[in-house]
Design a protein around this ligand. Structure first.
Ligand code: PMP
Length: 361
């Protein structure tokens, strides 16, 4: 048997771990922050019709500039975002990779604030960008003073902020983004994958784009649009940033099928987003009910909740799985993370957890 150690692998990849959220079959899968409501039937029918049409031209390469999709995304984003400011990829993971390929790389560094989305550091590693870690404040917050202090301490080429933050659910203030932008000459990248789940009175990071040509705000259709399987993430930034990303993307990286499916789904924005309010209600319910079971949730602005006070997270995780409920153990001591599902799934999670117990004494 050949192992990695036998291969002439890049030295800097030795000993690294791949992205590893366990994919286990479970009836109530609340482990990777998907939108468990699924795609409504009428939307599915429109997507199929669009795919049917797209299949007839599969002998041709897709529109490399995916202009129609970018138009749909610009319209969806609003806030004056123009089509030439929009870029997309196979999930926002690919967008993040493009950003690191264009602005990171060997001899460059990216500052991130753990605990945060694990792909930020993994993609830094795979693009040869040095990952440096900043410290958060109490309660996983990042104040403007803290972001400036950490930027001055580490002098990174890119600053990665995640708001709302995965896995903690913590919101990200616009004042922190502004302060980060002022404190660096590098790229400030805001991963707003969960933007649609924020309180509606919170200002959107997109409003900061005018006049800030080094600011990037990324989003995804995976969560609010229940489109994780289609792999469509996107971002908005200055058109010059988009030009930079054209230098590193693979030609035709978004298939005709992906483009067609996403455009069809975006035509149903209202219906696709109607579920977001229901998911937020279930998230708030989890936050309300967990303390009654002896656990301590952190306030979340996303579609999931990180909760502490778990005596033995690995054990509670397994005991929940025995009851067909899959949550996520991120190895943050005494915590687990659960996605907000439908009302029925959330009820199943809460009653399974009540049965399992496992709160620290
Ligand atoms: N950013 C954050 C913060 C995420 O949590 C995720 C997925 N869990 C992503 C980006 C990537 O999502 P996708 O590639 O499906 O767009």
């Amino acid at each position: 048997m050949t192992s990695l150690a036998d291969l002439p692998l890049r030295e800097d990849l030795r000993g690294r771990q791949p992205y590893g959220a366990p994919q286990r079959p479970a009836r109530v899968a609340l482990n990777v922050n998907e939108n468990t409501h699924g795609v409504p039937e009428d939307v599915a029918e429109d997507i199929v019709a669009a795919l049917r049409e797209a299949v007839t031209t599969l002998h041709r390469y897709p529109d490399r500039e995916f202009t129609a999709l970018r138009e749909s995304l610009a319209r969806y984003l609003g806030h004056g975002v123009q089509v030439e400011q929009v870029w997309a990829g196979n999930g926002s993971n690919e967008v993040i990779q493009h950003v690191l390929q264009a602005f990171g790389g060997p001899a460059r560094s990216v500052l991130g604030f753990p605990p945060t989305y694990s792909m930020h550091s993994i993609l830094a590693g795979s693009t040869g960008t040095r990952w440096v870690e900043g410290e958060r404040d109490e309660g996983f917050e990042i104040s403007p003073e803290t972001v400036v202090r950490e930027i001055e301490r580490t002098r990174p080429d890119l600053v990665f902020l995640c708001g709302p933050n995965n896995p903690t659910g913590t919101g990200l203030g616009l004042d922190t983004i502004r302060a980060a932008y002022e404190a660096t000459d590098g790229i400030v990248f805001v991963d707003a994958a969960y933007a649609e789940f924020m309180p509606t009175d919170h200002e959107n990071a997109l409003t900061l784009l005018p006049g800030r040509e080094r600011l990037i705000v990324s989003r995804t259709m995976s969560k609010a649009f229940a489109f994780a399987g289609a792999r469509v993430g996107y971002m908005a930034a200055d058109p010059a940033v988009v030009d930079a990303l054209r230098l590193v993307r693979l030609p035709y990286h978004l298939s005709s099928l992906t483009q067609a499916a996403a455009i069809a789904a975006l035509a149903h924005t209202g219906e696709m987003l109607a579920r977001v309010d229901e998911i937020k209600e279930q998230r708030d319910r989890i936050e309300r009910e967990l303390p009654e079971l002896g656990f301590s949730p952190w306030p979340s602005e996303a579609n999931f909740v990180l909760f502490g006070g778990v005596a033995d997270p690995a054990r509670t995780w397994s005991e929940l799985l025995e009851r067909d409920v899959l949550v996520r153990n991120l190895s943050i001591p005494h915590t687990l993370r659960v996605s907000a599902g439908t009302e029925a799934e959330t009820s199943e999670f809460l009653s399974a957890l009540a049965e399992v117990g496992g709160a620290a004494a």
